[in-house]
Design a protein around this ligand. Structure first.
Ligand SMILES: Cc1cc2nc3c(=O)[nH]c(=O)nc-3n(C[C@H](O)[C@H](O)[C@H](O)COP(=O)(O)OP(=O)(O)OC[C@H]3O[C@@H](n4cnc5c(N)ncnc54)[C@H](O)[C@@H]3O)c2cc1C
Length: 436
C-alpha cells in the first residue's frame, strides 16, 4: 500500500507518526510546500520565548530515518483520481493507494490599493514570522488590520517587544467570530487600559506611503491620525483547496468527509483546516480550523491508513487567547441565543448557552492567572463535551456563573470524559510510540 500525505502541518504530521507507530514499515511519501512545523507556536518564536528549532515538529532527517520518502518544497497542483496520482507543480506526480489531503489554510489579504507594498506583513507561516521579527523594534508604531483570532495571537509578542499597537477592525467589535459584543467590550476596555489603540467599524480602503517612509492607513474615507512603520494584515484565511477544483471531490467550505474522515472517494482522506467535519455540539458540518482538531483528525486518518479505522466523534470549536494578562475563550455553540450571563469586577465576564438544562457553549473572560488557576474553562468544556443534563445545577450556574466546580462535580461529567480518547487508547509521546 502506498500512503501519500500532502501537507506537513499538524494534521499531516500526526497522521504519519500514528501510521508509523502502528505499522513501522509502511510505505509513506510526504509531499509538502513547507517543512514540518506547528504554526500555533509561531507567536512564541516572534516574541523570542522559544528558538526557531522549537517550531519544528520533526526534522526531515528523522523522517528519512523512519523511512518516509520526502518531497519537501513541492506543491500539489492537481489530483488524478482515476490514475491515483497527485500532480506536482512544475511537472511530475506521486502515485498513491491511500491519500491524505492536509494542506491547511493560507492567509488572505483584502484587495485594496497599497496592500502589497513594503512593510506590510502577514502572520501565518514561519517565513512571515521571520520577516516580522526582522522589523519589530521598541517604540515602533504597529497596526494590525483585522482584529480576529490570528491578530490576537501576536498582540502579546508585539507588546513585549515594546511596540505601540493599534488594532483596526471592520466589524463593530474585536474578535467578532469568537466573542459576543459584551465579552469583547471587556477585552477592548482592558487593552485600551494597556495602551492599545482600537478602531472598530473601520473598513480598510487603502494604504499609502507617507513621505517619511511610514504607512498611512485610510479607513472609511479618511486617514487614521497615526502613521505606522509596520502593518500586519490578519483579515482572514481560506482552506488550500484550489488545486482540487477539478478533482471531483465534494467541497463546500472544506472537503466534506464522513465519520472516518474519508471524502466521497474512499481512497482519499482529509484532515485539519481543509476538512469539513461533524461539529459534535451542533451536529452540523463545520470547518474546525484549530490545532486540536487537526491533531485528532490526523491521528484518526493515520490509524485508518494502518488498517485500524476509527470513528471521529466530531470536533468542538474552541478558541482561547490571552492578551496583556486577560484571557478570553469561547467554545461550542458560544453564539447561541438561549444564554445566561454574569459579570464581576476586575474584567470577569461569563456567558453560558443552554439547550434545556444541558450546557452547549460558553464565553469566558477574566484575568489569565485566575481563569487558569480555577480551571473553570476545563470544567465548562467538560460539561459541554459530556452533554450531561445538569438538572438543578443548571439554575445554580445560571444564577452564580462563577461557581462552576459544584455543578461540574455533581453532574458526573468526569465519569463520562475519563474513558474518552481519540484512538481508544491513551496517546504516547512520539518517539515512545514509534519504538513500541
Ligand atoms: C500564528 C498562528 C497561531 C495559531 N494559534 C493557534 C492556537 O493558539 N490554537 C489553535 O487551536 N490553533 C491555532 N492556530 C491554527 C492552527 O495552527 C491550524 O488550525 C493548524 O495549523 C491546522 O493544521 P493543518 O495540518 O490542517 O494545516 P497547516 O498546519 O496549515 O499545514 C498545511 C501544510 O500543507 C502545506 N501545503 C499547503 N498547500 C500545499 C500544496 N498545494 N501542496 C503541498 N503542500 C501544501 C503547507 O506548506 C503546510 O505544510 C494558529 C495559527 C497561526 C498561523
Amino acid at each position: 500500500m502506498k500512503h501519500v500525505v500532502v501537507g506537513a502541518g499538524t494534521a499531516g504530521f500526526n497522521a504519519i507518526t500514528t501510521l508509523l507507530s502502528i505499522q513501522p514499515d509502511a510505505d509513506v511519501t510526504l509531499v509538502s510546500a513547507e517543512v514540518p512545523y506547528a504554526r500555533m507556536v509561531l507567536p512564541y518564536y516572534l516574541s523570542s520565548e522559544i528558538e526557531e528549532g522549537n517550531v519544528y515538529t520533526i526534522t526531515p532527517s528523522r523522517l528519512e530515518e523512519l523511512g518516509v520518502k520526502l518531497q519537501l518544497g513541492a506543491r500539489a497542483s492537481g489530483l488524478d483520481r482515476v490514475a491515483k496520482r497527485v500532480l506536482l507543480e512544475g511537472g511530475g506526480s506521486v502515485e498513491y493507494d491511500h491519500l491524505l489531503i492536509a494542506t491547511g489554510s493560507s492567509s488572505v489579504r483584502p484587495p485594496v490599493p497599497g496592500i502589497d507594498g513594503e512593510r506590510v506583513f502577514d502572520h501565518w507561516t514561519l517565513a512571515d514570522t521571520q520577516a516580522l521579527r526582522a522589523v519589530i523594534r521598541p517604540g515602533a508604531e504597529v497596526a494590525i488590520v483585522g482584529a480576529g483570532f490570528i491578530a490576537f495571537t501576536i498582540v502579546n509578542p508585539l507588546l513585549h517587544a515594546g511596540c505601540k499597537l493599534t488594532l483596526i477592525e471592520r466589524e463593530p467589535h474585536v474578535l467578532p467570530r469568537m466573542l459576543n459584543a459584551e465579552a469583547a467590550a471587556v477585552l477592548e476596555g482592558w487593552l485600551r487600559d494597556h495602551g492599545v489603540a482600537i478602531h472598530t467599524r473601520a473598513s480598510l480602503e487603502r494604504i499609502e506611503d507617507a513621505p517619511d517612509g511610514s504607512k498611512r492607513v485610510i479607513v472609511n474615507g479618511s486617514a487614521l491620525s497615526t502613521q505606522y512603520s509596520v502593518l500586519v494584515i490578519a483579515t482572514g484565511i481560506r482552506p488550500n483547496l484550489e488545486w482540487l477544483r477539478d478533482s471531483g471531490l465534494s467541497i463546500d467550505r472544506g472537503l466534506i468527509v464522513d465519520e472516518q474522515l474519508r471524502t466521497n472517494d474512499p481512497a482519499v482522506y482529509a484532515a485539519g483546516d481543509v476538512a469539513e467535519v461533524r461539529d459534535a455540539v451542533t451536529g452540523q458540518r463545520a470547518v474546525m480550523a484549530i490545532e486540536t482538531a487537526a491533531m485528532e483528525q490526523g491521528r484518526i486518518v493515520g490509524a485508518a491508513m494502518a488498517g485500524q479505522p476509527r470513528t471521529y466523534a466530531g470536533g468542538m470549536l474552541m478558541n482561547v487567547i490571552e492578551s496583556a494578562g486577560l484571557q478570553a475563550a469561547s467554545f461550542g455553540d458560544w453564539a447561541g441565543s438561549a444564554a445566561t450571563e454574569g459579570r464581576a469586577a476586575g474584567g470577569h465576564y461569563r456567558r453560558y448557552i443552554w439547550d434545556g438544562d444541558r450546557l452547549t457553549g460558553a464565553v469566558i473572560v477574566g484575568p489569565a492567572h485566575q481563569v487558569a488557576g480555577e480551571n473553570d474553562m476545563g470544567m465548562l468544556k467538560g460539561l459541554v463535551q459530556s452533554g450531561r443534563p445538569l438538572g438543578r445545577w443548571q439554575r445554580l450556574l445560571a444564577e452564580r456563573p462563577f461557581e462552576v466546580r459544584k455543578a461540574f462535580l455533581s453532574a458526573g461529567s468526569v465519569a463520562d470524559l475519563l474513558p474518552r480518547t481519540v484512538l481508544g487508547e491513551p496517546s504516547k509521546p512520539l518517539e515512545a510510540a514509534l519504538r513500541s
